[in-house]
Design a protein. Structure first.
Length: 394
């Protein structure tokens, strides 16, 4: 057997091949991580998932196409769709209702939800139907109720069914799906004494044989708890203290709960709400630098729910809302050029929700609603031609 002869050029190729593999192996070892992966040899790993943006207040809709001009906005939701009612000063001060289509706010109809101008009104959505109660100027400011049925607004019961010169009204529907409608208002034809009506069937009927109270009242509010109506108002004849009354169905009379005129004096901007079986009020305490205060009824007395005040200083135009047992309050901060702050109460402590004073300045007439844990607030922007602005925290 002959020995294999290596030619010089073959020896050079072998040396080059060994050198090449040595260099490649060295580079591979240097480029690899401890887990054996390498961006250079196996492509770049995908970047880690970015953190979701922090929640913040943002405008709902295009600022150039907001509903305007108006005042006294009220927000409500029909499932996930926000609806907004307001007194449309650009349409003879009739009540108008708009809805957000995902891009723009659009009126549900151009003529309005009321048939005449309105000084006071209230707005609810019940079983997918929008309802508006308002003081009808053609009926000497008696109250009428309309519903948006078959794509048009129509009267619910007899128009102008209350006393004349009604003011400071509120409108609620029972917390049980039994089609009971409630109206409370101050009777300007009887020293602003408070009255209430209910509709169960075809027509409206007064609750109680006489006024709810002999006291003159303002800023009247309604709440319905376990199918029982409650009325809260500020007594003008008791240094602007708050009273709350419950309707006793068996005796057909109104009864004070927690004592008459129980709040500090000079209360203003009253709000009233039933939250998971408990009644809450919120108001600005004129005897304590107009701080926003809150209280709840424990079955025998009204207890503080604010720990000394929700706001740090003077406040106005408060609005209460709730979601899953959490109470929320929005207010206009007079120490911050009348901007809006929203607070939430978790575990008995109030804390700001996102940025304080996030809105434009010189705000009036606010409405707060929570939908699927997302707070929405509507307000009247006096500096921008009375546009009705809507923001959400998300």
């Amino acid at each position: 057997m002959k020995n294999k002869t290596f030619y010089p050029h073959e020896k050079q190729y072998s040396i080059l091949l060994i050198f090449f593999f040595a260099v490649f192996f060295s580079l591979f070892i240097c480029a690899c991580r401890e887990d054996g992966t390498s961006d250079h040899f196996f492509g770049e790993n995908p970047p880690p998932d970015p953190k979701p943006p922090a929640a913040d207040w943002k405008m709902v809709g295009d600022i150039d196409f907001m509903l305007k001009p108006g005042r006294a906005p009220i927000l409500h939701f029909d499932y996930l769709v926000p609806h907004l009612a307001f007194i449309n000063t650009g349409n003879f001060s009739k009540v108008s209702v708009g809805r957000f289509d995902g891009f723009l706010w659009r009126l549900v109809n151009e003529s309005g939800a009321s048939f005449t101008s309105a000084d006071y009104y209230s707005f609810v959505i019940y079983k997918n139907v929008m309802y508006v109660a308002y003081t009808e100027s053609s009926e000497e400011n008696r109250i009428s109720v309309t519903g948006f049925i078959n794509n048009q607004w129509q009267y619910i019961g007899k128009p102008g069914f209350t006393h004349k010169k009604a003011n400071y009204m509120d409108f609620k529907i029972s917390d049980r799906t039994n089609d009971k409608f409630y109206i409370a208002y101050c009777n300007g034809d009887n020293f602003d004494r408070p009255y209430a009506f209910m509709r169960y069937g075809e027509q409206w009927a007064q609750l109680g044989a006489a006024a709810i109270s002999s006291a003159g009242a303002k800023e009247i509010k309604l709440a319905v708890l376990e199918d029982t109506p409650y009325v809260a108002y500020i007594e003008k004849t008791a240094v602007n203290k708050i009273s709350v009354l419950k309707y006793n169905k068996s005796l057909a009379i109104w009864e004070h709960i927690g004592g008459q005129a129980f709040s500090p004096a000079y209360a203003a901007h009253l709000n009233f709400r039933a939250v998971e079986g408990r009644l809450y009020i919120a108001y600005c305490d004129g005897s304590d630098n107009s701080k926003l205060k809150a209280a709840y009824y424990d079955g025998s007395a009204w207890k503080s729910a604010d720990g000394g005040g929700i706001s740090d200083g003077p406040a106005a135009y408060c609005s209460l809302s709730d979601y899953n047992g959490v109470l929320y309050a929005a207010y206009v901060d007079y120490t911050k050029e009348k901007r809006i702050t929203v607070m939430s109460n978790t575990g008995g402590k109030w804390a700001a929700l996102g940025r304080r004073n996030f809105s434009s300045t010189d705000v009036e007439d606010i409405s707060l609603e929570i939908n699927q844990n997302v707070p929405y607030v509507a307000y009247r922007d006096k500096l921008d031609r009375d546009k009705i602005m809507v923001w959400k925290y998300e």
